[in-house]
Design a protein around this ligand. Sequence first.
Ligand code: SF4
Ligand code: SF4
Length: 214
Amino acid sequence: MNSSQHPRSRGRWSIPGLGLLKGLAVTAQNMLQSYYRKDRMTTVQYPEQRAPISPNFRNFPFLCYDGSDPVAGLRCTACSICEKECPPQCIYIVLDRDRSGKSLKRPKVFDIDVSVCMNCGICAEVCPFDSIYMDGEYELSTDDRFGGLLFGLDRLSKSAEYHATLRPDQATEVAARRHAEEQKNLAVQAAKAAKLKAEKEKNAPEPSTEGEHA
Ligand code: SF4
Ligand code: SF4
């Protein structure tokens, strides 16, 4: 070892047990201050009281819908990107189709096995339709190990208002972006309709003038 790298040569001496004593001092400080400082009172009388969850807390995913109808307002198009990207493969989606087999761009079945989900949030990151987000709900204990932990559409679907309560910043940003996209689409459709109308008028036959000369 180079002499300049030796702990003694750098003046760094470690006293055995010093780290432990420092840790105990912090614990004692927190304990004593918790009697008179509110920010040190880190425990609450659960379940009567609940501590607010951190904005970054995430548990299992939920599906977002607009308006008051969880079926008609569901944003999910059953594109299956989240299903493919989910590392433990705990998402199961069946696309809904009409009688002729045409896609209805919505899920007929959307299941998440939360006993397998590892709360990674990848599904929420990859969804291109602002449809799936991580939930903050944590009181999910059940004695039904299989059925009770397999969440279907009825349990997964939650309103955009719920999303706004849970993650206000994210919901505001998403709502603004969706509104801008909607306005852009409306403008494109209006421009297309105007162009079609103009072409129709241009190609329409000239009105007959025979009667006027008779
Ligand atoms: S949070 Fe991760 S593990 Fe859970 S469903 Fe989403 S992608 Fe899968
Ligand atoms: S939640 Fe998003 S990524 Fe998953 S199927 Fe629905 S639209 Fe696609």
